[in-house]
Write a protein that binds this ligand. Structure first.
Ligand code: NAP
Length: 446
């Protein structure tokens, strides 16, 4: 692996990389099948990724004809790695076993360890015999929509494919590792003005927010829209507010600390609510919500932007969904992709039907959406909200930070990249986008 890394750092051409042997094993972060009961009886909050995530050598899988073997320079923590590492809502080994029953290449995935991670910036080392558009030496980022393109169901909107999966969550050989194998149709060009770790954090959350707020498949914003964004400085929210600003909409960001309020102001988000200061108590107890608290949120929003919101960008789930359905304006849309605080949702249906609101489900993005979202990063129109960087050895701590909501934006993880700041090719574009802007979250997170 050292030879591969030295060649990459020296800028070796693709032919040279292609001539270097791919090692038979590699360093990776994984959870173990025989430990999936380790947190039984504990509350979610007390389940600690630092005890379940291991870093060690695993065998390099064979390469399928439609795949690329990549040297991972950096990766990122996503909430799905938190879910895998606390074995909630289900252990992910069930996903691997199901994939394992899908033919000879699928069988590689059903192992007693699950290599996690759904983001990467990387260099292509090998491509399978059916790969046409990529070659050794290409610098890439990886999106996580893992789709069998021989299924007819994958050929309208591939996220609707009946065997669609998320790489590194519902498949093995994820990105928190020094090597990975991915489908060629997961690859996208690496933004040339970003370091490896800046480039690594975007694909999953950026593409998800793009589909939710820009794509026709989500709840696309139009100029003048007002958009309530929960967790507005978090992984998804940090992209959502940028899409609002770029698209002429007005984001109303909700966060939980003054430092996050300051960060959003610096990013250009004027209307921000600190939910800790506001002290909303949407739930009176475990079973009953408090409509007067929903009204208070609505009043606070109108106080900031003069109107109700056209769109609510939802992902906290049980704790906020009742308030979100209430807060959307007549005819508005609540677009949701998650339920961090609980997936059994309750809202007052009268507010939905009488005011003709829509709840729209959304999940990651298809290749085209991920590609277009990546292009905006490549052009410097979307900045990476990288706030902290950990080494792969400390992946457990990095996942713990996200689990405990101690972070802002995205946490990057150095895999093969020996230090931060490497991999920047286009210094002119970087200067044009602005060093201050590109490092905004990093400065706040430091
Ligand atoms: P994140 O970086 O942890 O950000 C989420 C933010 O939500 C937190 O920073 C927090 O912000 C806010 N939040 C958390 N609990 C809340 C609550 N009870 N009430 C109000 N706000 C709350 O996570 P993320 O990457 O944005 O992901 C968020 C969720 O979306 C996760 O469940 C993840 O699995 C899911 N997700 C789904 C997809 C998909 O394709 N379906 C893609 C990406 C992520 P404040 O404390 O500052 O308010």
């Amino acid at each position: 692996m050292q030879d591969i890394l030295s060649a990459i750092l020296a800028g070796a051409p693709g032919e040279e990389l292609a001539a270097l042997p791919v090692p038979e094993s590699y360093r990776a972060a994984y959870v173990k099948r025989d430990e999936m009961g380790m947190f039984e009886g504990l509350e979610s909050d007390d389940k600690d990724p630092r005890t379940s995530l291991h870093v060690g050598e695993v065998a390099t899988p064979d390469l399928a004809p439609d795949e690329a073997c990549i040297a991972v320079m950096a990766s990122a923590i996503n909430f799905n790695t938190v879910w895998t590492s606390i074995f909630e809502p289900l252990p992910t080994f069930g996903f691997l076993d199901r994939l394992g029953r899908e033919g000879v290449w699928g069988a590689r995935h059903a192992l007693d360890y699950h290599v996690v991670g759904s983001d990467a910036s990387a260099v292509v080392l090998r491509v399978g015999s059916a790969v046409r558009n990529w070659k050794p030496g290409d610098k890439v980022t990886v999106h996580c929509n893992y789709v069998d393109d021989q299924s007819p169901t994958a050929h309208d909107d591939s996220i609707l494919a009946d065997n669609q999966r998320i790489w590194g969550f519902e498949t093995n050989f994820g990105g928190l590792a020094d090597l990975s194998v991915v489908k060629a149709n997961q690859l996208m060009p690496k933004p040339t003005h970003l370091s490896w770790e800046e480039a690594a954090v975007n694909a999953l959350c950026n593409s998800t927010s793009y589909r939710m707020l820009v794509s026709k498949n989500g709840a696309p914003i139009t100029q003048g829209d007002k958009v309530l964004v929960w967790g507005a400085s978090g992984g998804l929210g940090a992209y959502a507010v940028q899409y609002c600003l770029n698209g002429g909409a007005t984001p109303v960001g909700v966060v939980s600390s003054q430092s996050k309020v300051d960060l959003l102001h610096e990013l250009g988000v004027e209307a921000v609510i600190d939910r800790k200061v506001a002290g909303y108590k949407f739930w009176k107890d475990e079973f009953h919500q408090d409509e007067s608290e929903w009204r208070r949120l609505g009043k606070d929003i109108r106080g900031l932007v003069g109107d109700d919101v056209d769109i609510v960008f939802e992902h906290p789930g049980r704790q906020t969904m009742g308030a979100s359905v209430f807060a959307a304006k007549r005819g508005g849309t609540i677009v949701t992709c998650a339920a961090t605080s609980g997936y059994m949702i309750e809202y007052d249906n009268r507010h939905l039907w009488m005011k003709l609101k829509t709840i729209k489900g959304s999940h990651f993005a298809n290749y085209r959406e991920a590609w277009d979202a990546n292009q905006l990063v490549c052009e410097g129109k979307i900045i990476p909200p990288l706030s902290a960087v950990h080494t792969l050895e400390h992946v457990g701590e990095a996942a713990y930070q996200v689990h405990k909501n101690l972070h802002e934006g995205k946490i990057g993880v150095l895999c093969l990249a020996p230090e931060e700041g490497l991999g920047i090719d286009d210094h002119e574009l970087r200067a044009k986008v602005g060093e201050d802007r590109l490092t905004l979250f990093r400065r706040h997170g430091a």
